[in-house]
Design a protein around this ligand. Sequence first.
Ligand code: SF4
Length: 367
Amino acid sequence: MTDLRRLLPAEMDELVTGAGFPRYRSDQLLHALWKEGKTSLSDIRVLPAALREHLAAQGYTIGATTETLRSASDDGETAKVLLKMADGTLIESVMMQYPEEGHHPRSTGCVSTQAGCAMGCVFCATGQMGFKRNLRAEEIVAQIMHFANLLRERGQHVTNVVFMGMGEPLANYAETIRAVRLLVDPRAFGLAQRSITISTVGVIRGIQRLAEEGLQVGLAISLHSPDDDLRRRLVPTAGPGSVGRIMEAAADYFHRTGRRVTFEYALLEGVNDSVETARELAALVAKTGAHVNLIPVNPTAGGFRRPARARTLAFERVLRENGVNCTVRVEKGSEIAAACGQLRTEAARAGALQATAQAAHRSTAAR
Ligand code: SF4
């Protein structure tokens, strides 16, 4: 079976015209998939039955994505969902809304690119879960379509996408890039390239390849420490000298794309949150003009704690005084466990995951 949402518009044109139908049928199909969010081929009534039947006979379908759990923050601005893919794999995605006066809210979808993650960051619930499998491009974009369909009911739409959910996007490079191309193609989802940010823990070869794609997407690199040894303790899969190589790759990305990189920095109490560390970080990044996003970490199974607010602000002040453009990430959904991997972990704890897995197993066995 092939999910129709995997096909880029040019591939869709080829499929439709190759079957003897005019190209405008491809436009209609793309519109139904991406602008109307149709989830069943048989619902796309604008297409002639002969085309629908031909596609179904060739094994084309629209993959089922089922929401199995949702938790929303008290203010309703953050929703985290656990989605079950067609094979029963569970992944999580988050939608964050930022009210804007006189406009619809900015609605940012945060997508997973892998089920689990092999990078093993010690403060991350997903990292502690281990790697299950890469997601396919259609499974990545299905997360955004899920939110787009929810928002459409309110007359709103997804305005931004961040690749910051479960997994390392650049370790699933080809599928991540295909998903980006589907999201930015005007005949598919049609989002502005600059509305998309890919977040990486520092896969150097992936950053270099991304710089050559001819895309204008934002890049966020999780740095977490200006010191190599400490960084390797926090991100065990980082190679020796990773800090220096990340700085080179970030400079190259800026040079090639004109887009400055954001450095993400998870603040861990007593680990990387001292004023001295802030000075070292400032010395490293000030001349690059990069932005630093400080993220007071969510408590996870790693046993790390979030620094007190005053300590976070002191860290931020040192960076600013030393010429670094920085922000403290707006707390979105920490009360609903919105750090990557946490909803899935909590679902497992509550037994919901087990129940879902058993149900999936039962339905597979019944086939
Ligand atoms: S922080 Fe990101 S890269 Fe690190 S283990 Fe978690 S999901 Fe993977």
